[in-house]
Ligand binder design. Structure first.
Ligand code: FES
Length: 161
C-alpha cells in the first residue's frame, strides 16, 4: 500500500517535471509554472510547489507565497465532475438562488466544494457569459441555459448516481 502511494507520488512528480520543462513561452515565472501545472492536474499538490521551487531555483516559501495569493489555485483534487451554477445578476433575477439551493440539497453539501464521495465539485460563477440564456449552469464546462430547477436537480442526481 505504501509502495503504491509512493509510486503515485513519483508519477505526479514526473508529470509535473514534464509540464515545467515543456514550457516554451518567452518568459517563464513561478506564476506561469503553477498555472501550467494546474491546467494539467486541475490542482496543485505539494509536489507542484516543491518541483516549481527546484525548477525556478527559489524557495518553497517563495512559491507558496505566489500560490496562496491567487484564489484560482486549488490545493486539493477536484471532484470527478464540475457543476457550476451562475449566480450573476441575470441568472439571479431568473431564479439562480432557488436552483443553487436545490442542487446543494441533491449533492448533500451547503457550500462550494466537493461532495463527500468526491464525485462532484460545486462551483458558483459570477457570470458564465451567456446571460441571454439565464439561468445558466455548466457541467464539466458544457453550458446549459434557460434551465428549470427540476432540470438542475436531475443533472445533479445523474452525476451522483
Ligand atoms: S449572469 Fe449568468 S450567465 Fe451572465
Amino acid at each position: 500500500m505504501a509502495n503504491e502511494a509512493s509510486k503515485a507520488a513519483d508519477d505526479v512528480r514526473t508529470q509535473i517535471q514534464t509540464v515545467l520543462n515543456g514550457q516554451n513561452q518567452p518568459t517563464v515565472t513561478v506564476l506561469s509554472s503553477l498555472l501550467e501545472i494546474q491546467d494539467v492536474l486541475h490542482y496543485l499538490p505539494n509536489e507542484a510547489i516543491e518541483e516549481t521551487a527546484a525548477f525556478s531555483k527559489t524557495t518553497i516559501n517563495e512559491v507558496w507565497s505566489v500560490a496562496s495569493f491567487y484564489t484560482n489555485f486549488r490545493f486539493t483534487p477536484p471532484g470527478d465532475h464540475t457543476y457550476e451554477i451562475c449566480w450573476g445578476p441575470s441568472c439571479h433575477v431568473m431564479g439562480a438562488q432557488q436552483i443553487l439551493k436545490r442542487v446543494q440539497d441533491e449533492l448533500g453539501i451547503d457550500r462550494e466544494g466537493e461532495t463527500e464521495d468526491g464525485k462532484v465539485t460545486l462551483k458558483y460563477g459570477t457570470c458564465l457569459g451567456a446571460c441571454a440564456q439565464a439561468p445558466v449552469i455548466a457541467i464539466d464546462h458544457h453550458h446549459k441555459g434557460k434551465i428549470t430547477t427540476e432540470f438542475a436537480a436531475k443533472m445533479a442526481r445523474e452525476l451522483m448516481a
